[in-house]
Ligand binder design. Structure first.
Ligand code: ARG
Length: 548
């Protein structure tokens, strides 16, 4: 089974003899979908575009699918789906598997060891996880890789701090806070040369320093794992920066030998077109850099996974870095796949400045999730005081974490957004609680009906039924659009509209009080709505609940 745009484009392409782009109509008064691309073909063939559209319409074998197509504007063709076709599609597989699965590597989350994950990492974690879920759901082979920052000059300071200033009790109670304190302490009060000496020892493989380094990574990973568990996020691989260390000298040597990297002022650099500053891959003192690791990582991924696409999810400040890495990678390696930097803006406080705690420190992710759950718990306790506390906690967890994720995913990722508890936890508007409640409402219909409603025959007669049903069919194309642009906000908008169309349907079309066969047909429509809501939220990484 194919999505509606796929069905239409196959038919139009056959008649046109060229690719046709099918888009939803901006105004549904004129149709549901529109074929674009006719004008381009007409221009090539030196024909009048409207005349070309008129000419191909009789060749379109679409009688079972839509009303007679019409020519629109300067040379578009509009299609209005037939209710019987829409109804028949509803009972099929809701989302087809892609015909040509791709291998997609997603590099996301990637926090730095010995530092708390802050709100910037939340966007990477939530966005990357959502793209991975959707990719897999559509049938792609998705490989997720957490490229943690587990190597670098900070380890000189950390090792000095560990050896001389460590507080073991604090390390047990809250390891990352203690590690962060050690780093700051040595950075402010410590001896720089001592830190440098410890770093060099670590780089040369000193056993004691290696053991400390490993311990620091372990402690950090353990804390990260707690956050991932709360967010329901998993990775196929966690190959941190240090994993590539042994490969770096070889990478630099190869790049030099091929003439891609050259020496400039003592450093080894790659000059890439379109960027003034070069990508430095080795400093004059011999140290390798972030970009060196990224080139080694790229080669490793190509050699081991043969991906068709690699997606890097980080904040927008790393734009230039990735531009340079991608350009250098293309000069260096053959058959480089589609490399995309999926960047995002900052999360701002209500004052429009980067989100900070009252004390002025960056907000830590774990605290943010705690507060989200606490606020949701208060809300659930107000609305459902009679539920046992454990149940209220369970609901609060799904609502609180869901609200944080949804707030993030519903933004156009490329812009900054203002973090607002009131907005993200609101029961109205484009929020997780609203969507979760919409799902609960549909579920309550099945409860009253006394059965979960099966997907039987559907008959679409009322305009609100047809409107809802057509929107349900758009689920598949919405997911395609999300992956095409790496923008999950297409999916949140889709779901929000779905909830709105369901309300409109439910307001004007009685379900349980209607005689058969309409009753069963409408129940089936409710069933399909609930399934898509649940699946859609699941792809955002958000749980549904049965009551709230
Ligand atoms: N650790 C980096 C940071 O926190 C992100 C790493 C992103 N991935 C990559 N391959 N460079 O900014």
């Amino acid at each position: 089974m194919s999505s509606v745009p796929e069905i239409l484009s196959t038919v139009v392409e056959r008649a046109l003899g060229a690719p046709a782009l099918i888009r939803p109509c901006a105004d549904t008064k004129f149709g549901d979908y529109q074929a674009n691309g006719i004008m381009a073909v007409a221009k090539q063939r030196k024909e009048n575009p409207r005349a070309l559209a008129e000419k191909i319409i009789p060749q379109l074998d679409l009688a079972d699918i839509c009303e007679p197509p019409t020519v629109a504007g300067a040379g578009f063709i509009n299609f209005k789906l037939k209710p019987a076709f829409v109804a028949s599609q509803l009972t099929g597989e809701p989302v087809p598997q892609v015909a040509n699965p791709k291998t997609i590597v997603i590099d996301f989350s990637s926090p730095n060891v010995a530092k708390p994950m802050h709100v910037g990492h939340i966007r990477s974690t939530i966005l990357g996880d959502c793209l991975a879920r959707i990719g897999r759901f559509l049938g792609h082979r998705v490989i997720t890789d957490n490229h943690i920052g587990d190597w670098g000059t900070q380890f000189g300071m950390l090792i000095v701090g560990w050896k001389k200033h460590r507080n073991d009790a604090a390390l047990v109670a809250d390891p990352i806070t203690e590690l962060e304190r050690l780093y700051k302490f040595v950075n402010e009060h410590g001896d720089r040369d001592e830190a440098k000496t410890e770093l060099v020892k670590l780089q040369q493989g000193d056993a004691e320093n290696l053991a400390i380094w490993q311990k620091i990574i372990e402690l950090s990973q353990h804390e990260f794992a707690k956050t991932y568990q709360r967010l329901g996020v998993t990775f196929d691989h966690t190959l941190g920066e240090s994993f590539y260390n042994p490969q770096l000298p070889g990478v630099v040597a190869d790049l030099r030998q091929r003439g891609i990297a050259t020496e400039s002022e003592g450093a080894i650099c790659i000059f890439v077109p379109g960027s003034e500053a070069p990508l430095i891959i080795q400093k004059a003192d011999g140290a390798f850099l972030y970009g060196t690791t990224d080139l080694a990582t790229l080669k490793y991924r190509l050699d081991h996974w043969q991906p068709d696409e690699i997606i890097y999810v980080t904040d927008a400040r790393q734009k230039q870095h990735f531009q340079q890495v991608f350009a250098a990678g293309k000069q260096w390696l053959s058959s480089v796949p589609d490399l995309r930097h999926v960047y995002f803006g900052s999360i701002l406080g209500e004052d429009g400045k980067p989100l900070k705690t009252r004390e002025g420190t960056p907000v830590k992710l774990a605290q943010l999730l705690d507060e989200a759950e606490e606020r949701a718990f208060k809300f659930v306790t107000e609305t459902k005081p009679d539920l046992p506390e454990a149940t209220r906690r369970e609901i609060a967890r799904a609502v609180g974490i869901g609200a944080v994720k949804y707030a993030d995913l519903s933004q156009n990722r490329t812009t900054d957004y203002i973090f607002s508890w009131a907005k993200m936890l609101a029961m109205t508007g484009n929020t997780a609680p609203y969507m979760q409640y919409a799902y609960v409402r549909v579920q309550s219909i099945f409860r009253k009906a006394g059965n979960p409603a099966v997907l039987g025959h559907i008959e679409l007669t009322h305009p609100a039924e047809l409107d809802l049903a057509k929107h349900i069919l758009r689920f598949a194309e919405t997911l395609d659009a999300v992956l095409a642009d790496d923008k999950p906000n297409w999916l949140t908008s889709y779901l929000y509209e779905l909830a709105g169309k369901f309300s409109a349907f439910y307001d004007s079309c009685p379900v349980l009080q209607t005689p058969e066969p309409t009753r069963s047909s409408r129940l089936a429509l409710c069933r399909r709505t609930a399934d898509v809501m649940k699946q859609g939220l699941n792809l955002l990484g958000i749980e549904v609940i049965e009551q709230m």
